[in-house]
Design a protein around this ligand. Structure first.
Ligand SMILES: [Zn+2]
Length: 304
């Protein structure tokens, strides 16, 4: 059996030593069943076995309040939960094949290895879901997963990527696997990933990008607009892609909060990270990018 990387569990003193208030980044101190921020005096408790360190926006949205952007986020997460429930119920070979794509695992493992390099230290998985990516991390790394809807034993913190509840410069690498298109504020999330990385730290990001017509079709708010958009985008993606696009527009809901073109994504990531390499895998209507980025230092930060 392969050794797995050390995971920081939710009761761990070593986890507590790297936590920070998601709102003001103050130091958190534990008192009985809660964490209290020494700077803003906010209390945080455990929910469903996880420390819950959500921002106010995220909490309001999950409680059915909040503005439009965060409502859209909640709907996307609910769609994801419904999909997971269907996969769990089906329990069949085809469902587990859909859940686990071995070739994606292999490419993601190689990406993490390139990003971590020779260094040991902490790997932060942003948008960790059930923490499954822990099994792909090098054994010399500690692992902590962050997700607004954590499941399993790998994602130990309930939090959002726009307000990561970890101290500055605590991580050697940040992984963001199939999560970036769920973020409400991608610039804020990238700023947070940059903040928690130590100097010399690296980003390993896996994200699907689409053409502008496909982004428009998939992101439209009504089904009619999605179907019309899919018909318009069909000629740019080939027969297989067109069949998929039109099918999902008819039967499916909007899956993600946002859909990115390659240019949009690279412009966002490039503000805070130097792109070391990008490997890509073509899909019928999208392209999966495996991006290795290096933390850009303050001195070299691009001025927009
Ligand atoms: Zn605070």
């Amino acid at each position: 059996m392969l050794a797995r990387p050390e995971m920081l569990t939710s009761g761990d003193e070593s986890l507590l030593s790297i936590l920070a208030c998601p709102l003001c980044k103050g130091v958190l101190a534990r008192s009985h069943d809660r964490l209290r921020c020494s700077a803003c005096a906010r209390d945080f408790t455990r929910e469903r076995g996880y420390w819950s360190l959500l921002s106010d926006d995220a909490r309001a949205a999950l409680e059915g309040r909040g503005d439009t952007a965060w409502t859209r986020w909640r709907e996307a997460l609910e769609g994801l939960e419904a999909w997971r429930a269907r996969v769990d119920r089906a329990g069949s070979a085809s469902a587990s094949a859909a859940k686990r794509d071995g070739s994606d695992d292999d490419r993601t493992r190689a990406l993490i290895e390139r990003a971590v390099g020779e260094r040991a230290g902490l790997l932060v998985d942003v948008g960790a879901k059930d923490g499954r990516m822990r099994s792909l991390a090098p054994t010399k790394c500690d692992y902590v997963g962050i997700d607004p809807m954590p499941r399993g034993d790998g994602a130990v913190l309930r939090a959002i990527s726009e307000a990561i509840p970890l101290r500055d410069r605590c991580a050697q690498a940040v992984l963001c696997h199939a999560a970036f298109d769920y973020f409400v504020d991608p610039s804020a999330a990238l700023l947070e990933m940059h903040r928690v990385l130590a100097p010399g730290g690296a980003l390993a990001m896996v994200v699907s990008v689409v053409s502008a017509p496909v982004a428009h079709a998939r992101g439209a708010s009504t089904r009619v607009e999605r179907v019309l958009g899919a018909l318009r985008a069909a000629k740019s993606v080939g027969t297989k892609g067109a069949t998929q696009l039109i099918g999902e527009a008819i039967v499916g809901e909007r899956a993600h909060v946002r859909y990115y073109t390659r240019a949009q994504l690279m412009a966002l990531v490039g503000v805070r990270f130097d792109i070391v390499d990008v490997r890509e895998v073509a899909q019928p209507a999208s392209t999966i990018l495996y991006i290795h980025g290096a933390k850009r230092t303050q001195r070299k930060l691009k001025v927009l």
